[in-house]
Write a protein that binds this ligand. Sequence first.
Ligand code: OOG
Ligand code: NI
Length: 466
Amino acid sequence: MQNAVFVSSDDLRSTFSAAMSAMYRDEVPAYGTLMELVAEVNAEVLGAMPALRRRLEETDSLERISQERHGAIRLGTPAELSMMRRVFAVMGMHPVGYYDLSVAGVPVHATAFRPVGAYPLSRNPFRVFTSLLRIDLIGDSVLRAEAEAILAARKIFTDGAVELIEKAERQGGLLRQDAGRFIAEVLETFRWHDQACVSIGMYERLHRQHRLVADVVSFKGPHINHLTPRTLDIDAVQAGMPGRGIEPKAVVEGPPTRQCPILLRQTSFKALDEPVSFKSDTGAWTAGSHTARFGEIEQRGIALTPKGRALYDRLLETTREVVRPAADGSNAAAYVEALTQTFQRFPDTWDGIRAAGLGYFSYSLTERGREAGGVGEKDVAQLVAEGFVDFDPIVYEDFLPVSAAGIFQSNLGDEATDDFVASPNQRRFEAALGAAVLDEFEHYAAIEQASIEHCRHLLRNLQAAE
Ligand code: OOG
Ligand code: NI
């Protein structure tokens, strides 16, 4: 009963992502340009595909088509990560998946905070890819201790935010009069600070260790480093960027262009060199610059089963053994060619993907199924074959580690990166987080299973009604 007066976590998440979008467009004008390009391309695609437009209208998502689907931040300490988990929980975003980026020479591990379950996802799927610095991977022990001390001294959440998080936890939600203040206070954590909290000398030492270490340690907070709207044609946006004066990364990450989109394709424009100032010992400010913030776009396809994902991983690896995409784009065409070639081994019809058990689908009754009786106990394949049940791909809601590494790298500058020993440590990440991360496969399997059970339930009731 009391619940009725709380603002829903879905509404909080929508308000938050809209507020973040407005802030970021204001802070990074090139991002606004990207948003315009995305909206134009999406409008063109919808104009050319009336069936798609109708489907989006039916599912009530046409209006939100070009809105942000995700953003990313990088945190410095376990305490920051565990508080961030509590912030996101208020907005219905929970940690799903573990991503180890040390394999790709980036000293972080990560999770994605996102809504879980079909309904919250349909309301607003906004997620935040959240990395935690692997301070243990800083080889220089003196520098490591200094970085730890700098991080220990900063406070990335406002007192107001902490107070409202505790209140939300205590009450089980936030009343309308607190909700607006909660969003405003939380937004502060994601804001850009053009005054570093370290000297230029310290910044350079951190930077020499790894650009990402400098990005995390040198500032007052974990500025949002990109936002990512959804596009209906990622290849068109990639091709259109240079014409708008924005420089795209060399290649689109993820699977190639296909009839039946799988997983996630993403690309970004390269991070901008932005003016910042550093504190000197005398208290004066020294001018300098920092490169961290960019804009990204994404196009999502079907969620793959463990078997489908293993095939995807294998094909991607095979491709990269033939051509590894160079950061300067010099072999981009050869890479796309090899990728397209290799992925011919991945079935490209929904029937083929389903028959091979490679993807997750949501099942529903057909017209024929709605009129049927006496078929409820047949297995799903049979119900589909006989036209009682139809299936739609379930959208992939997570991230891909190789793609994420590609996005990180193209935005950390393209010079050779340090090699870290691959050392995934999910246990340590979860200890810092203060919770276990959810398993993405279980989540998709549950959505699929629920849809099958729902069909059976309807078919059984139809039988009973006869
Ligand atoms: C995050 C990069 C990962 C994605 O879309 O894969 C990411 C970062 O640069 O902090 O956002
Ligand atoms: Ni991203």
